[in-house]
Design a protein around this ligand. Structure first.
Ligand code: GTP
Ligand code: MG
Length: 290
């Protein structure tokens, strides 16, 4: 009986097995699963509210109900992100939630939004005389946006594996997050897209593409230039008197005493340090779209 089950522990109702065998590619597997799913939750990064949307999402998900959740609000420039999320909501008509998973304040809102978005589906099942069952929700999004973290956050337990590297989740896993809701964690199995160089660098800046897909030095220079142009005060607070973007990494290396064995500024280590501190929110709160 759905009302009796405990979030995170219960046996799910009949639905496709996690990691079902037959289809040959992860994306084919997702396409198979979509037939069983009542709602798609697209997880997006608040620092890139536009660039983290999959360009083929509409084609892939068709008319399935959708809820867009923008995580990492704590790392984003609040005003810019809010305006972008509002415009995505106006343009798509999908409900959008902007939140941080660093506290649980919005947990009730997420559950309520999922229940509301799946109500027409549940009503349709009831009209057919079928017994109510938990609504099945597929969580999708680019690597490292916070899909598994969202599931853990909803149940208040570490059921899904998370980590700050793209590609942590390898298979699919159903988790009951509420008596009325089951979520399917996925490894972000959307078809690969040919991102432009600028998009790739934006994604790399936010650690949303695997390390071997970009050059860290180029990504750090791009990120530094973007920050210097949009958020000069934060960069000035981070390192005083930073020069032009092309010399910026040299300045960071000197300021942090990162030198090569020949006592030259070590720009590679400066790039890695800057990207790491930027991604951790130590430089400031940034939004890299539009
Ligand atoms: N600061 C902050 N970090 C977050 C938030 N949500 C998720 N993270 C971090 O983002 C990183 C990635 O989280 P995951 O849940 O593993 O991401 P994923 O989308 O499941 O990644 P893959 O399984 O690789 O596709 C982790 O280090 C999380 O702690 C948030 O709201 N704020
Ligand atoms: Mg994951």
């Amino acid at each position: 009986m759905p009302g009796r089950s405990k979030p995170g522990r219960s046996k799910p109702a009949k639905r496709p097995a996690s990691g079902a065998s037959a289809p040959s590619t992860p994306f084919q597997h997702l396409s198979e699963l979509l037939r069983w799913v009542d709602l798609i939750v697209e997880v997006l990064d608040a620092r890139l509210p536009v660039s983290t949307r999959h360009p083929k999402a509409d084609q892939i998900f068709g008319s399935k109900p959708r809820l867009l959740i923008f995580t990492k609000e704590d790392l984003a420039d609040r005003a810019t992100t809010k305006a972008l999320v509002d415009s995505v909501q106006a343009e798509t008509g999908y409900p959008c939630l902007l939140l941080t998973l660093k506290n649980t304040a919005a947990r009730g809102d997420v559950i309520a939004s999922c229940i509301e978005a799946t109500k027409p589906r549940l009503d349709a099942l009831m009209r057919k005389g079928l017994l109510p069952r938990p609504m099945r929700i597929c969580v999708v999004g680019l690597p490292n946006v916070g899909k598994s973290s969202l599931i853990n956050w909803l149940i208040g337990q570490k059921r899904a594996r998370v980590g700050n590297t793209p590609g942590i989740t390898k298979g699919t896993q159903w988790v009951r997050v509420h008596p009325k809701l089951e979520l399917l964690d996925t490894p972000g199995i959307l078809p690969p897209v040919a991102f432009s160089r600028e998009q790739t660098l934006k994604l790399a800046t936010c650690n949303l593409v695997p390390l071997n897909n970009y050059d860290a030095l180029e990504a750090a220079e791009f990120a530094l230039a973007a920050c210097q142009s949009k958020y000069p005060k934060d960069i000035e607070r981070y390192i005083r008197g930073l020069s032009s973007p092309d010399r910026g990494l040299v300045d960071i290396a000197l300021a942090r005493n990162l030198l090569t064995s020949g006592a030259k500024p070590d720009v590679n280590r400066a790039a890695a340090l800057f990207l790491s501190e930027l991604r951790d929110g130590k430089v400031g709160r940034f939004t890299f779209d539009p």
